[in-house]
Write a protein that binds this ligand. Structure first.
Ligand SMILES: Cc1cc2nc3c(=O)[nH]c(=O)nc-3n(C[C@H](O)[C@H](O)[C@H](O)COP(=O)(O)O)c2cc1C
Length: 183
C-alpha cells in the first residue's frame, strides 16, 4: 500500500461519525474496587464478566490502592465497587479518589460511571459519599446504583453483570454522548 492510498484511508476515517469510529476501537472499562472479606470483590468480578461478554471491551480491574490517574485517563467508563465500612466507602477506594481528584479536574467531565456497594446492613452512606465525590469530578452516572445488603451477597451478581454489559454496549452505540469518550 502506498502513501496516497494510506492518506485516502485516513481521510475516510476522519469523515466517520465519532461513534462509528469508536466501534472499531477497544472500549475501556476501569473497575476500581476494595474488599476485605470477598463480597465486593465478587461483585467486581461480576461487573468484569459482564463487560467481557462484549468483544470490544478492554478491562482493567484494580484494587483502589493500585489504580491511579493513568488508569482514570485511560478509560471510557468507570465502575466503583466498594463495601460500606464505618458508614463510608472503603479506605482503598477513597485513596484512589484522594490521589486522582486534583489532577483529573476538567479532564474526565461526563465520564460514564456506575457504582456498586456491598454492605452488612445499610450501604446508603457509602453510596452517597461515592456519588458526591463523583459529582466533583463531573462523572455522569449511567445506571442505577447497585446495593448488595445483608446475607444475600450473590443476589445482585446478575445486576452487576448487566452493568458491565450495559456500559460497553452504551459506549458502542454512543448513547452516553461524545464528551465521555477519550478524545
Ligand atoms: C470494619 C467494618 C465496618 C463496617 N461498617 C459497616 C457499615 O458502616 N455499614 C454496613 O452496612 N456494613 C458495615 N460493615 C459490614 C460490611 O460492609 C460487610 O461485611 C461487607 O460484606 C464487607 O464487604 P467485603 O466482603 O467486600 O469486605 C462493616 C464491616 C467491617 C469489617
Amino acid at each position: 500500500m502506498n502513501v496516497v492510498e494510506l492518506e485516502a484511508i485516513g481521510r475516510r476515517y476522519q469523515r466517520r461519525p465519532a461513534r462509528l469510529f469508536k466501534m472499531a476501537e477497544e472500549l475501556r472499562i476501569l473497575i476500581v474496587y476494595a474488599s476485605q472479606t470477598g463480597g465486593a470483590a465478587r461483585l467486581a468480578d461480576a461487573v468484569e464478566r459482564g463487560a467481557q461478554a462484549q468483544p470490544s471491551a478492554a478491562i482493567r480491574k484494580l484494587h483502589g490502592t493500585r489504580a491511579g490517574l493513568a488508569d482514570l485517563l485511560w478509560c471510557d467508563a468507570l465502575v466503583i465497587v466498594t463495601p460500606e465500612n464505618f458508614g463510608y466507602m472503603a479506605g482503598a477506594v477513597k485513596d484512589f479518589f484522594d490521589r486522582t481528584y486534583d489532577a483529573a479536574q476538567g479532564k474526565r467531565a461526563n465520564l460514564p460511571y456506575g457504582v456498586v456497594v456491598r454492605a452488612g446492613n445499610d450501604g446508603t452512606f457509602a453510596l452517597a459519599a461515592v456519588e458526591r465525590i463523583a459529582r466533583g469530578y463531573g462523572f455522569k452516572r449511567i445506571a442505577e446504583p447497585i446495593l448488595s445488603v445483608g446475607d444475600d451477597v450473590d443476589g445482585p451478581l446478575v445486576q452487576c453483570e448487566e452493568l458491565g454489559q450495559t456500559l460497553v454496549a452504551g459506549l458502542e452505540l454512543g448513547i452516553f454522548g461524545r464528551q465521555g469518550l477519550r478524545s
